[in-house]
Design a protein around this ligand. Sequence first.
Ligand code: ADP
Ligand code: MG
Length: 634
Amino acid sequence: MEERGSPDGDPARNLEQGPEGPETPIQVVLRVRPMSAAELRRGEQSVLHCSGTRTLQVSPPGGGPGVAFRFGAVLDGASTQEDVFRACGARRLGELALRGFSCTVFTFGQTGSGKTYTLTGPPPQGEGVPVPPSLAGIIQRTFTWLLDRVQHLDVPVTLHASYLEIYNEQIRDLLSLGAPRPLPVRWNKTRGFYVEQLRVVEFGSLGALMELLQMGLSRRRSSAHTLNQASSRSHALLTLYISHQTQMPPVDPREPPAGGKLCFVDLAGSEKVAATGSRGELMLEANSINRSLLALGHCISLLLDPQRKQSHIPFRDSKLTKLLADSLGGHGVTLMVACVSPSAQCLPETLSTLRYASRAQRVTTRPQAPRSPKAKPLQHLETELLQLQEESRHLRSQLGQMDPKASGLSGARVAWAQRNLYGMLQEFMLENERLRREKRQLQSSRDLAHGEQRILAQQVRELERRLLSACYLQQPGPGPAPLCPCVTVPPLLCHVLPPLCPRCQLCPLCHAPLAHWACPRRELHLPQVFGSKAPGDGPLSTQPPPWVPPCCPSSVKGSRERSHSEWTQTQVLAEMLTEEKVIPSAPPLPVGPLNTSPVLRGGVAVPNLARRLEALRDQIGTSLRRGRSQPPPR
Ligand code: ADP
Ligand code: MG
């Protein structure tokens, strides 16, 4: 015997596992209704035999080879409504819906096979007469369980419901306040396919929900035909929306709230028009039903094809496939209850349903809790709030550790610590003030020294200029050479005035080029400096150099022996110099390291200048004294 197997194990276990994996197959439960009284009267035989809890065997009436089908669960005609409810794992689906998943239960099968009975029990016996609790279907039992479950949740939950039917490819609101009118199906990125302007009713009790169910059932189109006295002529979709009160409500109040969904789909049964004897409007309805079921079967076939799974699935071919798109190929969790009649008369449709259901259970979805974009910022804020609370707790605990009472410090020790800290603070403030004063004094001293330095440098330059001019004016004859200017003036200054000659010698001390008047060959270029007529009697070329720097070995002797002309020269020089009295002075300078920058120390250069000025003065004074004590030669 051929067996069509289910890829899954125990249905209850599979359903209890939940959508933890990346892909979850559609769960299929098969229900075989009992032989009806009419079928028994006609002497029809049953061709279906349940083998265990998961296998159904189909035995052809003529005795040919049988076929076996495996499903998540197989329930025979003796099963009660409660058995079906348990086998379907409807409670698990309800839990998933509470966690935010989109769950769907849909019944499928030939007309008269027991789909509506499985979902909602037998047709109402009269206006306002409720279904007996023992015959209540999956919907009522799930409602009862859900309302009870919600009451025991920590987080308050808001419940809404909508109920619609697809009749002749038109969507009608079964909960509309007025007469139902066709509603359009729209699509957007966040909601997928949805029915526009569908009434979504909030309810708070099981009674209210049952009333909504009865209202929809009573408004749903049904007709009598050969196979079913109360045949549904439309596909009906009853949806429960479960949202937590922490979730953001929708901007448009007509939109269903974001959160979990639990949808029950009661499909109209496929029917052979010849078998049901439908005429006129009934035939039109049957064609419409069959067309939409065909579209559903086509989508399932394409979803099964591994190569075409990623390609286009024609969900737009019918309103039914549009509204089931998420349940079949999207992010929902889906359960199919396939219903079959055991009668041999219905075998072709039964085999078709079984093959259809076998294929469906190989279709997989990727369950994912829907998150609307409006809920995302809220979730982000919640996360941030939790982080802040954690941080606050951490800081508080740290503060508790620093608390003297918590750390066990005595009051005396705290007072001592505080006093010490206060004392240290005062000391630092005084020290700071003292350093500030010192800094101010140093700055003023430095400024003063700079000023003095400038004045002295100016005076030294003037004295040098006069000294050099006097040397030229006197034009001394042979005799001891004057001092090299680099001894008395800074090297850079000593050769600046008068201008340098490119052919001059270098000073042996400072290695700077000597001034033209100190150059042994100065006669060659003096006219360029003083003009065509040089001061003095004789030609410059015949006169010896005014002096040779004392640092030069040849000048040692000359510095000791002074001639008359030397005294004359010194006297003139002294007269020129004594025109202006220069008294070097400088304020006491702060003591600092020797290698400190002159600018920073504010006057290291000043004593040098003063010393040099003093040397000049001494030299001039000595010369004057010598000049006065020795009369000039006649
Ligand atoms: P469908 O919705 O598939 O067209 P229904 O649910 O309307 O079929 O069932 C057709 C008839 O069979 C109804 O009168 C219903 O009471 C009866 N029926 C279906 N399933 C069962 C069952 N398991 N036990 C008893 N009666 C059933
Ligand atoms: Mg029905």
